[in-house]
Unconditional design. Structure first.
Length: 183
């Protein structure tokens, strides 16, 4: 069990501080504070099982639901993405974006984002290592999808990369990875 609060950074202008897990009658939710530099933010993705909420503390949040036009939110505004809704967000301003929010249920979001951020930080390329990306997106495909990665790459290339990574011993660092949650 992690000790809260703790911060993860991706080396590409994003930091996320996990503040606490709040236990409720309808499940746990992890609360966090996010910081993003101008232009920074995740690509189009989906949380199949979780509600994701972001409230702008300062700065300007850009966000887009798949198939819709981009929208923007400022200080005090709350944006909630329902489970299964493909979306992306980014810092649409000229100063640091600060948000608070949560993911509910907590599930594996801390592990998944921690591993992705760590891999991004180590590559210094603005994206995770190909072996890590293939492993994590395949292992947690019932929970998350990175829609910015073309479907043929995920269906055909990633299983081959995972096989090669397994043969090369690339996934020993994930030996204690939590089991994926079922949809």
């Amino acid at each position: 069990m992690p000790e809260y609060p703790y911060t993860i950074e991706n080396g590409n202008g994003e930091a996320l501080t996990f503040l606490r897990v709040v236990h409720g009658p309808d499940g746990d939710r992890v609360e966090a504070e996010g910081r993003a530099q101008p232009g920074a933010g995740p690509p189009m993705h989906v949380h199949y099982l979780q509600e994701e909420a972001m409230q702008v503390v300062s700065g300007r949040l850009g966000y887009q639901v798949l198939g819709e036009e981009p929208k923007f939110a400022g200080p005090g505004e709350l944006k909630v993405f329902a489970p299964g809704v493909p979306h992306k967000w980014w810092n649409a301003g000229a100063v640091e974006l600060v948000t608070t929010g949560w993911c509910k249920p907590a599930d594996n979001i801390e592990f998944f984002l921690g591993a992705i951020f760590s891999s991004m930080k180590s590559t210094r390329k603005g994206r995770p290592d190909i072996f890590d990306a293939a492993y994590l997106t395949r292992r947690y495909q019932t929970e998350y999808a990175m829609l910015a990665i073309p479907a043929p790459v995920q269906r055909i290339v990633f299983p081959i990369v995972v096989l090669i990574g397994t043969l090369l011993g690339k996934y020993k660092k994930f030996a204690d990875a939590p089991a994926p949650c079922a949809r």
